[in-house]
Design a protein around this ligand. Structure first.
Ligand code: CA2
Length: 141
C-alpha cells in the first residue's frame, strides 16, 4: 500500500462556499472522499494551504513519504517557480488538476509553471478531475 499526496493551493479551502458558478458546490471534504474512493487500498493524504512555502515543504516531505502527487496548485500554478523546483526534485508521477477549464478563462491562467513538470494535466472536469488523476497514478504505482 502506497501513499498519494493530494495537494491543494491557495483559496481552495473556500471550495463549495463561494463562486459555485466556476468551482461548483462540492467542498474539499467531498474531494477528499472522492480521492479516497478512487485510491482503493492506497492511502490519500489530503492537504491544503494558502502558503506557498507550506506547499513546497509538503512536496519535499512527499519525496520520502509518497509514491505520487496529485496537485491543484491553484494560483501558484501561474506564478510559482518554487513549487516547480520542488516538484522537479520529486521522482514519482505528478498530475496537475484544475477544477475549471483554465484555457477558457483569462490569459494569465493559460500558463502553468507546474505543467513543465507534470506528467499529466487535467482541467475543466470539475472535482471529477481529482478522481481521474488518482485513478491514473494508482495504475502507475
Ligand atoms: O480551476 C482551478 O482548479 C484553479 O486551479 C483554481 C484557482 C485558480 O487560481 C486557477 O487559475 C484555476 C483558484 C482557487 C480558488 O478556489 C476558490 C474556490 C471557491 C471559491 C473561491 C475560490
Amino acid at each position: 500500500m502506497s501513499t498519494i499526496y493530494v495537494l491543494n493551493g491557495p483559496n481552495l479551502n473556500l471550495l463549495g462556499k463561494r463562486q459555485p458558478d466556476i468551482y461548483g458546490r462540492d467542498t474539499l471534504d467531498d474531494v477528499a472522499r472522492l480521492c479516497r474512493e478512487a485510491a482503493g487500498t492506497h492511502e490519500v493524504k489530503m492537504l491544503q494551504s494558502n502558503w506557498e512555502g507550506q506547499i513546497v515543504d509538503w512536496i519535499q516531505e512527499a519525496r520520502d513519504n509518497a509514491a505520487a502527487i496529485v496537485i491543484n496548485p491553484a494560483a501558484l500554478s501561474h506564478t510559482s517557480v518554487a513549487v516547480l523546483d520542488a516538484l522537479n526534485a520529486f521522482d514519482g508521477p505528478v498530475i496537475e488538476v484544475h477544477i475549471s477549464q483554465i484555457h477558457k478563462r483569462e490569459a494569465f491562467r493559460h500558463h502553468s509553471y507546474v505543467s513543465l513538470r507534470a506528467d499529466g494535466v487535467i482541467a475543466g472536469l470539475g472535482i471529477a478531475g481529482y478522481a481521474a488523476a488518482v485513478r491514473h497514478v494508482v495504475s502507475l504505482i
